[in-house]
Design a protein around this ligand. Structure first.
Ligand SMILES: [Fe+2]
Ligand SMILES: [Fe+2]
Length: 406
């Protein structure tokens, strides 16, 4: 039986099933193992992970802890609160996708240039990316899913740069969802673009290491927020808000983050926004040693961790901005059809537009058709999120981008 327990309750002899947190934040290759080494217990405590799943059929049991059903109920409640929303009419996904793809390419080039300057110790010029942030903002305004979802599809070797573009786009969408004014939306985008600039002070070999980091490498990697803040301070071109996101995007509301172990509202609103956007893009992205989780699976995991890890209000708004089943999610409908999510519905995240293409019942392709689940109320609905890898769908993204894989 699976049980979720607090790290403080973890004992040797327990069988670890899953650590509750982004895999980028802990040094374990495998998250399923029998805890038999006291050093591993200490490493888990040091990693900032606060909760984990144990399998009581494979190791020591204990009386407390939450069952799968209890956690599932809690997680569903978090997502249910976010489901209703109000959105203005905008451009369709297929209309925006071409423009967003070009914008993604030019944004990546600008980040490569700016981060390259930082790596060489040159002063960075923030002025020339202001226009870029405005263009990204305009694309998000027309259709948020296009750029956000394209930026998720990054190659492992371009991770740091495309991650910056993705977090910029997510910050803009979240700032709009929070009804911040235009000047604040721009600042949020700028903060997203620059939040990881401190990684340019991390040796390239470590940054691009095609495997898990060692404990000491983790310590080096965790210096990037303070290094980044130094670079931005030297540039004298960014606001205190942007600087704050750079320095505090790895803080968690329960105080288990870094570098300053801030708690709750000690962390600025912008940095709390940055933390959510950063984790979503990190866990949905492919790394050399691990394929990213699907977007719906990632939202579900984050909802499960949200207490303690994220500001709950900010997380709810984030879900309203990207969806419970974000663009590109593979879902199963009650009719047995499998489809990929295209766009979100204006008022309910549970009824997105979906392109159906496969029958889970007959295990065979079916004629592709775009259906608006809002028109199917009472006749069909989403019953589960599915894993594209488990189904062997290697070209799922081509179905919603309309473009061959990059
Ligand atoms: Fe970071
Ligand atoms: Fe990041």
């Amino acid at each position: 039986m699976l049980k979720r327990i607090s790290v403080t309750e973890l004992l040797e002899g327990m069988y670890i099933h899953e650590l509750c947190g982004s895999w980028m934040e802990h040094p374990f290759w495998k998250t399923q193992f029998l805890l038999s080494n006291p050093k591993d217990l200490q490493r888990i405590r040091d990693s900032g992970i606060r909760e984990l799943w144990i399998d009581t059929s494979k190791g020591l049991d204990m009386s407390s802890g939450q069952t799968l059903e209890q956690v599932e109920e809690e997680t569903a409640a978090v997502l249910q609160v976010a489901a209703p929303r109000v959105e203005r009419r905008r451009t369709d996904l297929d209309e925006e996708i071409g423009r967003a793809a070009k914008l993604c390419d030019s944004a990546k080039a600008a980040v490569v240039q700016m981060f390259g300057d930082a790596r060489m110790g040159l002063a960075i010029d923030v002025g020339h990316v202001t226009e870029l942030v405005d263009e990204i903002s305009a694309s998000i305004m027309r259709q948020p899913s296009a750029l956000i979802s394209l930026a998720r599809l990054k190659h492992a070797n371009e991770y740091t740069y495309m991650h910056s573009v993705a977090v910029c786009a997510l910050m803009i969408a979240l700032a709009r969802q929070l009804d911040l004014d235009e000047a604040q939306v721009r600042e949020a985008g700028m903060a997203g673009l620059l939040h990881d600039i401190g990684k340019m002070r991390i040796p390239s070999a470590l940054l691009n290491k095609p495997s898990k980091l060692s404990d000491s490498e983790f310590v080096t990697m965790r210096s990037h927020p303070t290094e980044g803040a130094r670079i931005l301070l030297d540039s004298r071109q960014v606001s205190a808000q942007v600087l704050g996101v750079c320095l505090h995007h790895h803080e968690k509301v329960d105080g288990s983050g870094y570098p300053h172990h801030l708690v709750g509202e000690q962390i600025s609103l912008f940095a709390r926004m940055g933390a959510v956007c950063d984790v979503y893009d990190a866990i949905t992205s492919n790394r050399p040693y691990k394929a990213g989780w699907g977007p719906a699976e990632s939202i579900h995991k984050m909802a499960e961790w949200s207490k303690g890890h994220f500001d709950e209000q900010v997380f709810q708004s984030f879900v309203r901005a990207v969806g419970i089943y974000p663009t590109g999610s593979l879902v199963r409908l009650q009719s047995g059809r499998l489809g990929v999510v295209l766009e979100q519905h204006a008022t309910s995240l549970l009824m997105p537009r979906v392109k159906v293409f496969f029958s889970a019942t007959s295990k065979a392709p079916i004629a592709q058709e775009v259906i608006d689940l809002a028109d199917w109320v009472g006749r069909d609905k989403i019953v589960s999120r599915e894993s594209a890898a488990d189904w062997g769908f290697r070209h799922l993204d081509e179905l919603w981008t309309g473009m061959p894989a990059r």
